[in-house]
Design a protein around this ligand. Structure first.
Ligand code: FRU
Length: 540
């Protein structure tokens, strides 16, 4: 399953995914690949990933006795359609992670025999508890089931086998499973998954992602006192009519991975589609959408956002960063999928959401280089001397001046035969990441929808008059996460073919901009083997 669903495609998502799965279905990974993976220059060094194979959505997360537990959709095969397990990692600072192996595995013959899909983690009566979607989807049975209107997805519960085990490595599925067996009568659900939980007084509420063909996405609301007996209430929220929804593309009508929380007392609903967030009102347990709403991340590589309120009361956000190269290239690499950096969401005075990197990430900074007060001219120097880096954080403030576009060039060769541009377009008021020339590798060029290849990712950023462009950019091998003016983020992937594509420069087009300040920090990896150890814990 699972990819961003906003591409224009003649294939349905599911058709595409079946093709992609077929392409690599024999790619079960052995330990032999681990050293190659640890030395893969495209593999990030300060992002969370399983030691090998496939990762998609963040699941959980959970804070328990001094440790953060992050779970994620894991598959031993490189395929969106592979059987899904819950991979598990822990951290004390949300920056350094250690993989602990598999927390949940499909039970042969059970209601989750074909996958333990996405869900949440909560503490109930002192017991860490996982609530997730079990599935029996299979490519053979799917079309017959769909014809009968069946959705073989159901909601399941697992509890920590030993809450005193500080790593929470063992989980027990409860005998009452599934705790919910089918979508409510009267709703022609095309999917019914990814439970998100919260508590009001002594009552638990759960939103389940769903949707009806042609109508659009919805989050269905349930309540329970004990996480076992659930009552369906009504839709928590439904998509507004959208002229862009094509009824012939069912996956466009589905809200995957809802997430619901309050920021400074205001309700916020996240849906995976387009990394969107909805703002509005919440009364009688109904969420009514009202402007502004928006998009948290403008990159199509980010999907399936998930949050937690941390011990300091902050709302922390993660997403799955998928690959932007062919499934064959992913299979050859032996790994696919990366967890985004943790990002802090805030409510801004105009009612939109702010997004910044987690401040604790500063612990990764080692050495720095600084620049200040420089003209950026269209025919200025192509690269900055001594700034080459692909494991770095850059913070910069740029005045647009009379330029139409200005920003940074990263992962560049000396002559720009490979280069990635991150910048601002004044005329369209858009932040952009241009990967058109990021790689000469044909495996990054024409990808089957919905995975997009090289191109320009962009989104609105309205700068006030005289407001400079403020960028924070994290470059971690093939992952680039950009934050602009504390208001938006843009996640992208690049796979330069040339090992020398490490250069960093400034660019301006159509006029002269000015660099106020720029600092580049060399960052330290969070492990010494690109997080490849512990592979044996993931064998299935
Ligand atoms: C989103 C998603 C979820 C599902 C999971 C399966 O990417 O499709 O809706 O639970 O992936 O891995």
């Amino acid at each position: 399953m699972a990819n961003h669903s906003d591409t224009r495609s003649s294939l349905t998502r599911r058709e595409f995914l079946a093709v992609a799965a077929a392409a690599v279905s024999s790619t079960a990974l052995g330990q032999a690949l681990q050293p190659a993976i640890a030395n893969d220059r495209h593999r990030p060094r300060f992002h969370l990933m399983p030691p090998s194979a496939w990762m998609n959505d963040p699941n959980g997360p959970l804070y328990w006795r001094g440790r953060y537990h992050m779970f994620y959709q894991y598959s031993p095969v490189i395929s969106t359609m592979g059987p899904k397990y819950w991979g598990h990692a822990i951290s004390t600072d949300l920056v350094h992670w250690k993989n602990l192996g598999i927390a949940l595995a499909p039970s042969p013959g059970g209601p989750d025999k074909n996958g333990c899909w996405s869900g949440s983690a909560v503490i109930y009566k002192g017991i860490p508890t996982l609530v997730y979607t079990g599935t029996t989807w299979s490519s053979e049975s799917e079309s017959a089931e769909r014809r009968k209107g069946l959705v073989p997805e159901r909601q399941m519960v697992a509890v920590a086998a030993d809450p005193n085990d500080k790593n929470l490595t063992k989980w027990t599925k409860i005998p009452q499973n599934p705790v919910l067996a089918a979508p409510p009568a009267g709703i022609k659900a095309i999917g019914w998954r990814d439970p998100a939980l919260w508590r009001e007084g002594d009552t638990w509420y759960m939103a389940i992602g769903s949707g009806e063909i042609g109508k659009g996405g919805m989050a269905l609301l349930y309540s329970s006192k004990d996480l076992r007996a659930w009552a369906y209430l009504h839709p928590l929220a439904t998509a507004k009519p959208d002229p862009n929804i094509d009824a012939s593309r069912p996956w466009d009508s589905m809200w995957e991975c809802p997430d619901f929380f309050f920021l400074q007392g205001k309700p916020v609903l996240l849906v995976a589609r387009g990394n969107g967030y909805l703002t509005g009102t919440y009364s009688d347990h109904r969420f009514q959408q009202q402007p502004p709403g928006g998009q948290i991340d403008y990159g199509s590589a980010a999907y399936a956002q998930k949050t937690i309120q941390d011990e300091k009361g902050r709302r922390i956000w993660w997403a799955w960063i998928h690959e932007k190269r062919t499934t064959e290239a992913q299979a050859a690499a032996g790994w696919a999928g990366v967890m985004s950096l943790p990002k802090v969401l805030t409510l801004l005075p105009d009612g939109t959401l702010g997004i910044e990197p987690l401040p604790e990430l500063k612990v990764l900074r080692i050495t720095d280089r600084k620049l200040s007060n420089q003209k950026i001219e269209p025919n200025g120097p192509f690269l900055l001397r001594g700034f080459d880096n692909d494991c770095a954080e850059i913070e910069t403030e740029i005045e647009l001046g009379d330029a139409h576009q200005a920003g940074l060039r990263v992962r560049s060769t000396a002559n720009g035969s490979e280069q990635t541009l991150i910048g601002y377009d004044r005329d369209s008021q858009q932040l952009f990441c241009d990967t058109t020339s990021s790689s000469t590798d044909p495996q990054t060029e024409k990808l089957s929808p919905p995975v997009s290849g090289r191109g320009i990712e962009k989104g609105i950023l309205e700068l006030r008059r005289d407001e400079p462009l403020r960028l924070r950019i994290y470059i971690d091998a093939s992952v680039i996460e950009t934050f602009a003016n504390g208001r938006v983020s843009l996640t992208d992937r690049v796979y330069p073919a040339n090992t020398a594509s490490l250069g960093i420069g400034l660019f301006a087009k159509g006029g002269t901009a000015r660099l106020r300040t720029m600092t580049l920090w060399n960052l330290t990896p969070i492990s010494n083997d690109r997080l490849t150890s512990g592979a044996e814990l993931f064998h299935v």
